[in-house]
Design a protein around this ligand. Structure first.
Ligand code: PLP
Length: 395
């Protein structure tokens, strides 16, 4: 079958094999504990469900304006104003079917073939695939040696005349690292000096712990406003992954073009989900805080358990709901007669031996690491960690 070069260059997901295996074992009735999910395990807030039901009863079941209903744009506008002190007009906001398609639309608007975009690894894998799909070139900068945070020098070294922009994700998936204000200011000043776009993915912004503070890059460097696209959504903070609502805020010219692409791609995001998101953003901040506190407690429990385990090390995450475990010392060891060659075979052995599912770091451009999501119950975390400890002791 003849397929386009574009389709053929898409890498198969490194997570798929482990996820499929976990599902198969579960179907067979095995006691699988999964740390694989990229979503909260909580229910969506009652305010979202109520707003969705009311929208259905009112008959809000038709096309809406492509870039989102005014009520949702107003709720987003009010949140950004009160929370960050940032002023965006409705014409500078586009609502999409999740943050994911909005990132794609932005890249499609910004990249010509061969243009380069800097991505700091470990990174959410869709970034590089989307850049490639838009015929751009992802320039990957490994931050592992610096506690999963870039330095200004790392960024400056990779900028070429073809560099169009950079993707920043704080709090980060998969590492949970949170960029401090000073680092954001340094990155912003390089971006400004070199005329680069900043795509600022802050989808985990409400989920930070301990002393950590999330900063929006524009609150640190307001002069970057004309070359920054903020990406956010209801998926992670409000436990609304299935509703598929994300939003982007940026300069009008870019937002309008993104809206045009969306008009030819999906049209508006689902009308009912948009109304659910209005309910969530207007009324459900107290529920977000309850979920954040629960994540904070689970984070404490999982970090405490991991701190006693052999062969691994952990950089304490400050946000999101992931722990990124350095398991490079496990490679080359054997488990029940089989050699562990890489993070994928490590995940497979852990799943087959102890029925514990984690995501291999190579899915995030970080081979040798494992991502554990703590979006499951305390009991599951405790039992899963007991089994992971037993697995490591057997290596
Ligand atoms: C860093 C990051 N950005 C964006 C997304 C996309 O979220 P959604 O499309 O559900 O809004 C995810 C989801 O996993 C993510 O981890």
């Amino acid at each position: 079958m003849r397929l386009s070069e574009r389709a053929l260059k898409l890498a198969p997901s490194a997570t798929l094999e482990v996820v499929a295996k976990a599902k198969e074992l579960k179907r067979e009735g095995k006691p699988v504990i999964s740390f694989g999910a990229g979503e909260p395990d909580f229910s969506s807030p009652p305010a979202a469900i109520r707003a969705a039901k009311e929208a259905l009863d009112r008959g809000e079941t038709h096309y809406t304006p492509t870039s989102g209903i005014p009520e949702l744009k107003e709720a987003i506008q009010a949140y950004y104003r009160s929370h960050f002190g940032l002023d965006y007009q409705p014409g500078e906001i586009v609502v999409g079917a999740g943050a994911k398609p909005l990132l794609f639309e932005a890249l499609a608007c910004l990249l010509n073939p061969g243009d380069e975009v800097v991505v700091f690894a470990p990174a959410w894998v869709s970034y590089v695939e989307q850049i490639s799909l838009c015929d751009g070139k992802p320039v990957i900068v490994d931050t592992a040696a610096n506690g999963f945070l870039p330095t200004p020098d790392m960024l400056e070294r990779v900028i070429t005349p073809r560099t169009v922009g950079l993707l920043l994700n704080t709090p980060n998936n998969p590492t949970g690292s949170v960029y401090r204000k000073e680092l954001l200011a340094e990155i912003a000043s390089i971006a400004q000096a070199k005329g680069l776009w900043v795509i600022f993915d802050e989808i985990y912004e409400r989920l930070v712990y301990g002393e950590a503070l999330h900063r929006n890059i524009l609150t640190v460097s307001p002069s970057l406003r004309d070359s920054t696209l903020i990406v956010n959504g209801v998926s992670k903070a409000f436990a609304m992954t299935g509703w598929r609502i994300g939003y982007a805020l940026g300069p009008k010219a870019l937002i309008e073009k993104m809206g045009s692409i969306q008009g030819h791609l999906t049209s508006n995001p689902t009308s009912i989900s948009q109304w659910a998101s209005v309910g969530a953003i207007r009324e459900a901040e107290p529920e977000v805080e309850v979920m954040r506190k629960a994540f904070e407690e689970r984070r404490r429990i999982i970090l405490e358990a991991l701190s006693h385990m052999p062969h691994i090390s952990v950089t304490e995450p400050d946000g999101a709901f992931y722990v990124f475990v350095d398991a490079r010392k496990c490679l080359g060891k054997s488990y029940r007669g089989k050699t562990i060659t890489d993070d994928v075979s490590l995940c497979k052995a852990l799943l087959e031996g102890e029925y514990v599912a984690a995501v291999p770091g190579s899915a995030f451009l970080a081979p040798g690491y494992l991502r554990f999501s703590y979006s499951n119950s305390v009991e599951e975390i405790e039992e899963g960690m007991r089994r992971f400890g037993k697995f490591l002791a057997e290596l």
